[in-house]
Design a protein around this ligand. Structure first.
Ligand code: IPM
Ligand code: MN
Length: 363
């Protein structure tokens, strides 16, 4: 019998929303959750999965993309894991805007955090890169910019048609993403170096705001963080030629979208690239940054490591660093075994890769 005053707090349990989505989404989420289950059991905390039937299939079946009550349910969770959404049968923009972007915006997940790390053993198109070269985090602004949806048509469908798509950049929005990036650069695992990636020579209003905020915030509150600036086009060259110059990149929504696809390629491809849509004070959503891969759907050929990396980020965000560390160890182990990160060329099936991660994570 235990002493009356010997109190132990019950193990934590987290409510995690699961959006498996379309295409290969369900397959990769299945493997990521297999890994979560393994490390959860080892570390002794609970995870309750709450499934959300969202995506193209649901839309085609019911005409509904995301109901207000579903959004409210998502708001009440501890975190969300998303596979992929999209389908050639659905007009471009419907699921992107009304599901993915709506969740990002409504839950105010203003940080899109995308680590770019080349794990040992991973083949990329730049064989000379090592983990010492490719080890950066892209902090992509995730709530405004060109993604705000501001703009419109004038005289649509006529020879004098005008289409305006505006980039909205607020002092509040820019300052909070810049501060997040500086805080990240100060963490022990980082190198205290921040690079603003923009196009200040052409986007003279938005770019000027970003540059001023980086300089002001950096000088006032983060004097120990080295500041650098690189135009977005030049950044594409450096990603290939000199990636070690980047530690923490801060950039706007559109540039961040584009450079992180290039980032994925120097870490091994979409098969390994994970990201998080983060609201530091709210509910965050983690996802592989690739899409639904219709060619691989249902064949057991898709790489689940990106979704597993998303689960790793989710566990870290929940405040379970040991479990997250185990997942990373498992991913590194799998990376040392796989012939390639590319779907169908891994030398293992989707579920075998999940098993490798579990094996590495359980050691
Ligand atoms: C991404 C995707 C999305 C984006 C699309 C699907 C709307 O490309 O997460 O990078 O542009 O943010
Ligand atoms: Mn993208």
């Amino acid at each position: 019998m235990s002493e009356p005053d010997e109190r132990t707090s019950p193990p934590a349990s987290y409510r995690v929303g699961v959006i498996r989505g379309d295409g290969t989404g369900p397959e990769v989420v299945g493997e990521a959750l297999k890994v979560v289950e393994a490390v959860r059991a080892l570390e002794g905390f609970g995870v309750e999965l709450i499934e959300f039937d969202l995506g193209a299939e649901r839309y085609l079946r019911t005409g509904e993309v995301l109901l207000d009550e579903e959004l409210e349910a998502l708001r009440g969770l501890d975190a969300i894991l998303l596979g992929a959404v999209g389908d050639p049968r659905v007009r471009p923009g419907v699921l992107e805007r009304d599901l993915l972007l709506r969740i990002r915006f409504e839950l105010d997940q203003y940080v899109n955090l995308r680590p770019v790390i080349r794990y040992p053993g991973v083949k990329t198109l730049v064989p000379s890169h090592t983990e010492d070269d490719v080890n950066m985090v892209v902090v992509r602004e995730n709530s405004e910019g060109l993604y705000s949806g501001a703009g419109g048509f004038h005289r649509r469908g006529t020879p004098h048609e005008v289409a305006v798509q505006e980039s909205v950049n607020t002092r509040h929005g820019v300052e909070r993403i810049v501060r997040y990036a500086f805080e990240l650069a100060m963490r022990p695992e980082r190198r205290r170096r921040i690079t603003l990636v923009h196009k200040t020579n052409v986007l003279t209003f938005a770019g000027d705001l970003y540059q001023r905020v980086v300089d002001e915030v950096g000088a006032a509150d983060y004097p120990d963080v080295e500041r650098d600036y690189v135009h977005v086009d030049a950044a594409c060259i450096y990603f290939l030629d000199q990636p070690s110059r980047f530690d923490v990149i801060v950039t706007d929504n559109m540039f961040g979208d584009i450079v992180t696809d290039l980032g994925a390629m120097i870490q091994g491809g979409m098969g390994i690239a994970a990201g998080g849509n983060i609201n530091p004070a709210g509910v965050s959503m983690f996802e592989p940054i690739g899409g639904t891969a219709p060619d691989h759907t249902g064949r057991g050929t898709i790489n689940p490591l990106a979704a597993t990396g998303a689960a790793q980020m989710l566990l870290a965000q929940l405040g379970e660093p040991e479990a997250a560390g185990r997942v990373e160890t498992g991913i590194r182990f799998a990376c040392s075994k796989l012939a390639s990160m590319r779907a169908g060329e891994m030398g293992y099936s989707t579920s075998e890769v999940g098993d490798l991660v579990v094996e590495g994570a359980s050691a």
